[in-house]
Ligand binder design. Sequence first.
Ligand code: GLY
Length: 579
Amino acid sequence: MKILGTVRHWLFLGSGFAASLTIAQGVSAEEMPVYSSEATAQPEVATHGMVTSRTTLATQAGLDILKDGGNAVDAAVTVGFALAVTCPQAGNLGGGGFMLIHDAKAGETVAIDYREKAPLAATRDMFLDEEGKVDKELSRYSHLSAGVPGTVAGLALALDKYGTISLKEALAPAIELAEDGFPVNQDLYASLVLGKERLSGSPEAMEMFYHEDGTPYQVGETLRMPELAKTLRMIAKDGPAAFYQGPIGEALVADMEEHNGIITHEDLEKYRPSIREPVEGNYRGYDIISMPPPSSGGIHIIQIMNILEGFDLHAMGSGSARTVNTMAEAMKYAYADRSKHLGDSDFEPVPVDWLLSKDYAAEIRAKIDPDKSTPSSEILPGEAPHEGIDTTNFGVMDEYGNAVVNTYTINFSFGSKILVPGMGFFLNNEMDDFSAKPGVPNAFGLIGGEFNAIESEKRMLSSMSPTLVMKDGRPFLISGSRGGSLIITATLQVLLNVIDHDMNVAEAVSAPRMHHQWLPDILMLERGFSPDTIEILEGMGHEVKVGRAMGTTNSIMFKDGIFYGAGDPRNPDTAALGY
Ligand code: GLY
């Protein structure tokens, strides 16, 4: 049973507790929205607004902003900075991301692209060794692995154009959390255990996150980050200039010069986020709005939905072998197209209209047999007519009808594992999302083509997919995920679970996930699919691997005047809080 909300209504879930709450609050049972007691997982509910992110503390910081009258953008930017403190393995100042903003008053949705860029001195073959092989150490863990960070500029731009509070106000909770400290959660502790070997190369990181005997801060121990607090305070005082033209950038560039890195003052000064038009599609009467290139996420979510629209997934059943196979087939064609046609559209002509067309989806659909797997070797990227693990997502819906969904990242957990000296934040290793050698898979096994080759000032292709579903002109559902190549399919499945399988948002997020990315030709399943389903899938021709959890989503749904939210049970501290 979960209880939320204090201002106008108490909401309740389940039964039994309702009567005492009704009496306590003087609200009749008829006035209380009740979520179906038939649901297998219960969402958080609220009437005024809702925030969801990977840590409860960041979520709470955003919620406080909403309660003080701030809008969804104010809350989202506050969450973004608070995650840079409470989720240092993915939340960041040294990375980049994408934010989708639905502005209710203007009746429009915009996409802010604050993805990192390749430095000016980057070259196509910068990660190839003398034998022409990709040097993964260089592309993932060296100063060369970092793209020019976009987070500070991106969050500041969102606030300036669409927010109502000052940057100083948005940064205040983050500064307080960094300065006073916060209890380490299970998620951060696990990342510190897993990341220790790599992080031990950095004395500063060891001092920040580990005790003298080398053990990480334990769950519940207070972690203070005074250097990060100082950095955040500089941004609060001087805005993004403190990062791109001031002392933070100076420390970053000095560290680059000392370690054969190539990010210069000119790179930082030239960095600008872009406001882009989102990609749009429709699926069974819902409008799907998502991130355009340089993310592949939005295009492929819509492409896969276009293909699936011709199948009656509802009748085929959630989690059935036919449904899983049909989804896997659609995914294979989409990821094959990703390998050839996607890249930074400022540099390459991405055939967006063709990839999103219902006609092209119908062509693919005609090749899909719901009862049989097509080997990936028989699937090639389509021919267009002439003409990226530790990411984190968060979202906010407010009472004014605005919605924000944001995914940002430093790529791996703790990025390149390089802390900018004295500044308390990690640099991304996003350069690994380029195709260091077209045709050779990146860290997520994703194959990229010429369109995603490294080029000075280009943005590396991403899978980040902050997505908004509109119904009758109003935000209905927001979702997004972490997880590199898994982001697209995890986000997609939340959408399908709600639209096709009538799940509430908590059920949609919790349901076991599947994933296929064309290459390798493996159908990945989370635990929770029945052995007989797996047997049928193998009989259809799939090589099935049942294993780790896939993606961590954050989702909010708005229906009949009520906000329903769900963090993702795959990460212990994700939260959705409303009021
Ligand atoms: N670094 C993961 C992505 O952008 O897709």
